[in-house]
Design a protein around this ligand. Structure first.
Ligand code: ASP
Length: 432
């Protein structure tokens, strides 16, 4: 390969994937893409998923067990949670301001509305049924795994984080009584380093993986171009609203926070994040992107492993600025399309419910829309309303996942900076 940074190769893979998927759909070869190209994308995604759980376990245990000062963990955890909740609330508020300004859905004709509800009604009812099984209290109780090996096997990230934290703390306590403990911590440290080496290897396949994932998504969406054009006509305003609000949150809120609270140059941060963002866009999963996010934040921005190994897995699981923002916009769009006025009180209650719903959203494709049902119920909108937006959920999922991942990295950078744990120079090299 000619000398070009990895993120450029990923970008080339992304553009080529879109073009390939488009041409394949237009020439009636979408089936070939699904049969032969899509598996390459799934293979790449599996490689990333394969290392996400062991990476969190090893690096979190090693990170916590090697903390020299036990109050540090509480401080880092506290700051992360405050920032995670704060940025999510602001993201939802931005979404609500933009959707009220643009007002998408107000002009949706009755025929289009009925056609969408009819076409997607069954799928929407299915999603609503899934959401009915989710209770916030159960989710809280469920953070503690009854069987940590089960949690690892099922990739239950929050449970894995909880167990790893407790194991790390226990090892710290034990080390005061038994100096041999240091060997165990060293093993976790080395295993974690080995996984980072694996990320390095897997990332060599990223351009091809991204190409395949994008080709498959575009070929599937473009199979019926007439329907796609119709959808873009009726739902284009809604999609544009989500994208503008996501961009505003990234460019205004993250940039301001970074400038005010850290000394990290914006250019370094923005450049370091590109590989993770491209991967988030292609995979629609913050969990699958996690190993790459960790690598970008550590090697590109210079955040110390002590912070990144704890703050990022936590963020990938509970912090979803993009999902919360999207849920707010989608709720107002559905209300507009159904001719329902939401007053200020109802819109404020969206901020709270969407924040909770985004925390409960699993970091995998499409779950943000399932959890939207909770927000709709809160403001008294019919859950079948998600039938109106289902058809265009995938591209928006790709975009909101980018913000979810960027938000985690921003908070990790701020927390590391406040602890004096950003490495200037020595670890910092091009993440790509
Ligand atoms: N796909 C999103 C993520 O993994 C979650 C969602 O909004 O559906 O971050």
């Amino acid at each position: 390969m000619p000398k070009l940074a990895t993120h450029w190769w990923i970008l080339i893979g992304l553009v080529a994937g879109v073009a390939y998927g488009y041409v394949a759909a237009a020439t009636g070869h979408a089936g070939h893409v699904a049969d032969w190209v899509a598996p390459i994308g799934r293979l790449f995604l599996n490689l990333l998923k394969m290392i996400a759980v062991p990476l969190v376990l090893f690096s979190l245990v090693a990170g916590v067990a090697s903390l020299d000062d036990s109050s540090k963990l509480g401080r880092i955890g506290g700051k992360s949670i405050v920032l995670y909740l704060g940025t999510t609330a602001v993201a939802i508020a931005i979404g609500l301001v933009v959707v009220n300004l643009f007002g998408p859905g107000r002009g949706l004709s009755v025929e289009t509305r009925e056609a969408l509800l009819q076409t997607y009604g069954d799928a929407a009812a299915q999603k609503a049924q899934n959401a009915a099984d989710v209770s916030i209290v159960d989710q809280l109780v469920g953070i503690v795994p009854t069987n940590p090996f089960g949690a690892l096997a099922d990739a239950q990230m929050l449970q894995v984080v909880f167990f790893s934290l407790m194991l790390g703390i226990a090892l710290t306590m034990l080390s005061r009584k038994n100096p041999q403990t240091a060997h165990v911590v060293k093993v976790f440290q080395l295993l974690s380093d080995a996984i980072v080496e694996m990320v390095q290897l897997i990332m060599k396949l990223a351009p091809l993986g991204v190409f395949a994932m994008l080709a498959a998504t575009v070929a599937e969406l473009g199979e019926d171009p007439a329907q796609l054009q119709d959808l873009l006509g009726s739902l284009g305003g809604y999609m544009a609203t989500v994208v503008v609000a996501l961009l505003a949150h990234y460019l205004i809120v993250y940039t301001a926070l970074l400038k005010l609270l850290t000394k990290v140059p914006w250019r370094r941060y923005a450049k370091a994040m590109v590989p993770a963002q491209l991967l988030a866009f292609s995979s629609s999963s913050s969990a699958a992107t996690l190993p790459v996010t960790i690598r970008c934040v550590e090697q590109g921005i210079g955040v110390d492993e002590e912070v990144s190994s704890f703050v990022l897995p936590l963020g990938a699981t509970i912090n979803m600025d993009g999902t919360g923002l999207y849920q707010g916009v989608a709720a107002v769009f559905i209300a507009n399309a159904l001719g329902v006025e939401l007053d200020l009180g109802q819109q404020l209650s969206i901020v709270l419910t969407a924040a909770l719903a985004s925390i409960g959203t699993a970091a995998v494709p499409g779950v943000g829309m399932v959890m939207l049902v909770i927000v709709l119920k809160q403001v008294g909108l019919p859950e079948e309303g998600i039938g109106l937006i289902l058809a265009v959920d995938r591209p928006l999922d790709m975009c909101r996942t980018v913000l979810n991942v960027t938000g985690d990295a921003t908070v990790a950078t701020i927390v590391a900076s406040s602890e004096g744990l950003i490495h200037e120079g020595e670890r910092h090299h091009d993440a790509a």
